[in-house]
Design a protein around this ligand. Sequence first.
Ligand code: PEP
Ligand code: MG
Length: 306
Amino acid sequence: DAAKAISGATGPGQTSDGHAVALLANVGSGKDAVAAAGAEGVGLFRTELLFLDRTREPGLDEQVAAYREVFAAMAGRRVVIRTLDAGADKPLPFLHQDGEPNPALGVRGLRIARQRPEVLSTQLAAIAQAAIQTDADVWVMAPMVSTVAEAAEFAAAVHAAGLPKAGVMIEVPAAALRAEKLLGVVDFLSIGTNDLSQYTFAADRQVGTLAELLDPWQPALLQLIAACGEAGKATGKSVGVCGEAASDPALAPVLAGLGITSLSMSARALPAVRASLAARTLAECERIAAAVLDAEDPAQARKLAS
Ligand code: PEP
Ligand code: MG
């Protein structure tokens, strides 16, 4: 195992000169978490799975059991659990959200908590109970946050449930622009590049013909990520990426150079990303990142990073 770790096939993520970038897994169930044994933890636990196709909200005990499965599989490690991200591409029948003219711009993600506070409070209570029953390091984050006020409200609810670590996802350009102020009220940020691309480029993530606009190498997207990385460096707080962009091995050194401190992806993407990071020093990552930010378009950005 030690030999493998030295060669970079397993073990923690780091640049060749030892700058740590945690390599985490995206999971949706206990089964996924067991399959992610090679990860340093979970960077995105999507909790929607339990709620899909349900006409009634799953009860507290059922939620505790589902969350505990993932926490138990990651004993001693970080698990970033995301509260319910319903709406738009993830419609949940029990919330009766039909009838919105633009669901992607409607009452989705954390916005639902304003209308249905009991859904969030039950979920936070279940997370807290499951956390107590295991020794995972549980961090809780909210999806689709747009303002510092929303983030502060969420952090207060997380802390009131007895959970010490609260964070928010950066999926809306308004949030990326206010990253440093957000870090004044939460402990960490996690950039959801799938939605951040969608909302930055006004391009529906479900429309395949818009792939060019949704390319994670788009300089405008990278500029927003850079703003978040800078905020992380200024505050000493954790800023991760958990969207599809995190699984691109060529992009990993760029993200590290922009100040990103963790990358969360599907477990099978981990080895290639680990190897890519291990091939560069932090100074090289920073030099590449600066060049890529100045690129004219995604193709030039890719060339500058190769
Ligand atoms: C994202 O938007 O990048 C993200 C990680 O969340 P989801 O794909 O579940 O919307
Ligand atoms: Mg998202």
